[in-house]
Design a protein around this ligand. Structure first.
Ligand code: GDP
Length: 520
């Protein structure tokens, strides 16, 4: 049974309403399974909450998860991206596993810093975006102003698909341009409870029966301006990432929630082909293929089990199937996959392109690995990012060197940190792209590996992977040993004191390539 699939993520700045919208999406679609519930019981649950306490203190979500719901015969896989302000690799990688995204904006705040960063990742990968302008039940900025800001800051055409009839205290409902339908609030809470009215258009006199004179004028005048002043919805332009359809709504009061689900069903791409070194792999290929975009420590820190999240690209996966990870070379049997869409037993044994499969393992699977039946293809495009923060790890108990090395290797495998082993000196260097990752590192070292460590400033500002012919590399190594390290794979990394340092070396060594990203 291969029902249609939509695999997507929500991108937003903290507080814009991602969590609230997610809850309402799951409520309106029949939520099948929430990944957060995956087998965390009793002691395991308590132990897990140990290192998760940072998450609770800060009210953030450090780990991504997979949520699946169904509506009108379509299966929706929603991949959660961590919502904190720190730029994180995890978020980036999660976006490599989706086919489209919803961008949630706060109507009072518009485009914010984190929205912009995440949007840029989507653009890099031509991920099409549907915009949801949230919180119209509160005072917000003028809808025209918000549309113009999106167009300006993101260089995107905007096509308004609906319109708020007033905001905040003046809020009277939402007008849907596509269906020519008015969505009305009910009760003291002014929630949407399903009351809609079909009309002949924004100028229909019938609107006067449901709206104030102000409201009627607003729909007629603003509605006309909105449709004349902005691009009409263009399917191709949306799919190419040149245009975003914009829906106004309130996640809290449930306005626009089903419109968003329907928009994803109607317009968002089904599972897309994925790039490899030798062309794209289409979903209709017979062979099962996929790639690991995330590795998460299992719920029980005393067992070093990990769950690798695979985005399936092609074929029909069956429980027990043998797949070969590109990093390992020999096949593994996937006996106990976690199928996030497991609604009933029958379906739970199969997975299809666009689905996410959780594969328990002991560290054999790494982020960026391709899994396939024939071991002939390699997916590309899951980069490591050059760290922006580098720290020296100082062990408090020197007898724990081995444990530390194991822990750093494990955590770098998971993508929590990157680890560099300097050619000179004994201290390991860790690199991260956001401050929060350092806190997660220290707390997990203590909780899971019983290693007390401190982080000290390292005299480096950034790192670059160095590539080139052996001769040029040897030469470079001879003169720069103090600034060189090996990463987890043994590849050469130049630790730079400043971005200027990178430029200087790049100019001085034209035969070498200094890259800010590395693809495995
Ligand atoms: P996240 O950080 O993006 O996940 O945001 P949340 O979903 O946690 O929402 C942040 C705050 O905004 C919470 O207090 C929500 O209750 C509130 N909120 C979310 N959506 C709406 C909305 O549509 N209207 C109003 N008035 N508040 C909202």
């Amino acid at each position: 049974m291969t029902s249609e699939r939509r695999t997507f993520a929500i991108i937003s700045h903290p507080d814009a309403g991602k969590t609230t919208l997610t809850e309402k999406l799951l409520l309106r679609g029949g939520a099948i399974h929430l990944a957060g519930e995956v087998k965390a019981r009793g002691a395991a649950r308590r132990a897990r909450s140990d290192w998760m306490s940072i998450e609770q203190q800060r009210g953030i979500s450090v780990t991504s998860s997979v949520m699946t719901f169904e509506r009108n015969g379509i299966t929706f896989n929603l991949l959660d991206t961590p919502g904190h302000e720190d730029f994180s690799e995890d978020t980036y990688r999660t976006l490599t596993a989706v086919d489209s995204a919803i961008m949630v904006l706060d109507a009072a705040a518009g485009i914010e810093a984190q929205t912009l960063k995440l949007f840029e990742v989507c653009r890099l990968r031509s991920v099409p975006i549907i915009t949801f302008i949230n919180k119209i039940d509160r005072e917000g900025r003028e809808p025209f102003e918000l549309l113009d800001e999106i167009a300006e800051k993101l260089a995107l055409d905007t096509a308004p698909m609906s319109w708020p009839v007033g905001m905040g205290g003046l809020f009277e409902g939402v007008y849907d341009f596509e269906e020519n339908e008015l969505y009305l609030p009910e009760g003291d809470s002014k929630e949407f409870q399903g009351k809609t009215v079909k009309v002949d258009g924004p100028e229909d006199e019938k609107l006067g029966e449901y709206l104030s004179a102000d409201g009627v004028a607003r729909v007629a005048e603003e509605g006309l301006l909105a449709r004349e002043g902005y691009a009409p919805f263009d399917f191709e332009a949306y799919r190419n990432g040149d245009l975003t359809p914009v829906y106004f709504g309130s996640a809290l009061k449930e306005f626009g929630v089903t419109a968003i689900i329907d928009a994803i069903a109607k317009y968002a791409p089904a599972p897309r082909p994925q790039p490899t070194d030798e062309g794209e792999i289409a979903p209709d290929r017979d062979e099962v293929t996929g790639f690991i975009f995330k590795v998460q420590a299992n719920m029980d820190p005393n067992h070093r089990d990990r769950i690798a999240f695979m985005r399936q690209v092609s074929g029909t996966f069956k429980r027990g199937m043998k797949l070969t990870p590109s990093g390992l070379g020999k096949p593994i049997a996937v006996h106990s996959p976690i199928l996030f869409f497991a609604q009933d037993r029958e379906i739970a044994d199969n997975a299809y392109p666009g689905d996410i499969i959780g594969i328990p393992n002991h560290g054999t699977l790494r982020v960026g690995d391709t899994l396939s039946e024939k071991n002939e293809v390699r997916f590309t495009g899951l980069p490591n990012f050059a760290p922006e923060i580098l720290r020296r790890v100082q062990l408090k108990d020197p007898t724990k060197t081995k444990q530390l090395r194991k822990a750093l290797d494990d955590l770098s495998e998971e993508g929590v940190i990157q680890v560099f082993y300097p050619e000179l000196g004994a201290n390991h260097i860790v690199g991260v792209v956001g401050q929060l990752q350092l806190e997660v590192l220290i707390s997990r070292l203590a909780a899971e590996y019983k290693v007390e460590a401190a982080l000290e400033p390292a005299p480096f500002a950034t790192a670059r992977w160095v590539k080139g012919e052996d001769k040029a590399l040897d030469e470079f190594e001879r003169f720069n040993r103090a600034n060189l390290a090996k990463d987890r794979d043994g590849d050469m990394v130049f630790l730079a004191k400043s971005p200027w340092d990178v430029n200087y070396q790049a100019e001085k060594n034209p035969d070498l390539k200094f890259s800010a990203t590395k693809e495995r």
